[in-house]
Design a binder for this molecule. Structure first.
Ligand code: SF4
Length: 93
C-alpha cells in the first residue's frame, strides 16, 4: 500500500475474496504468530499483496483482534483506527 489512507469501506469485503486473491494463503507463513520475525515475514508478503488495501479494510470492518491483516499488526490497526476516527471528527466539525 502506498501513502494515504485507503478508502472507507461501507460494505465488508467477503473473506472469500481475500482467500482467492491474497498472497498469504499458500505462503507457509503463520500470520497469527507471536514471533516478531514471523510477523515481519508476513508483513513483507502483505506489502506485495494485490488486495492489501481491501484486506486492511476487511480487518477494520470486522474488528479483527488477532493476526497480520493488510500488512498491519493489531496494535498498528488500533493506531490506524484512532487516527482515522480523529480525522473523521475533525472533518465533521
Ligand atoms: S494483505 Fe496480507 S493478510 Fe491480507 S490477503 Fe494479502 S497477504 Fe494476506
Amino acid at each position: 500500500m502506498s501513502g494515504g489512507a485507503p478508502p472507507v469501506l461501507t460494505v465488508p469485503i467477503e473473506l472469500n475474496f481475500l482467500v482467492l486473491n491474497g498472497a498469504c494463503w499458500d505462503s507457509g507463513i503463520d500470520f497469527f504468530s507471536h514471533d516478531r520475525i514471523e510477523n515481519r515475514k508476513a508483513m513483507t508478503i502483505c506489502g506485495a499483496c494485490p488486495v492489501e488495501s481491501e484486506c486492511l479494510q476487511y480487518a477494520m470492518a470486522m474488528h479483527e483482534k488477532y493476526g497480520i491483516w493488510g500488512g498491519k499488526t493489531p496494535p498498528m490497526r488500533n493506531k490506524y483506527r484512532t487516527k482515522t476516527n480523529n480525522e473523521a471528527r475533525v472533518a465533521a466539525k
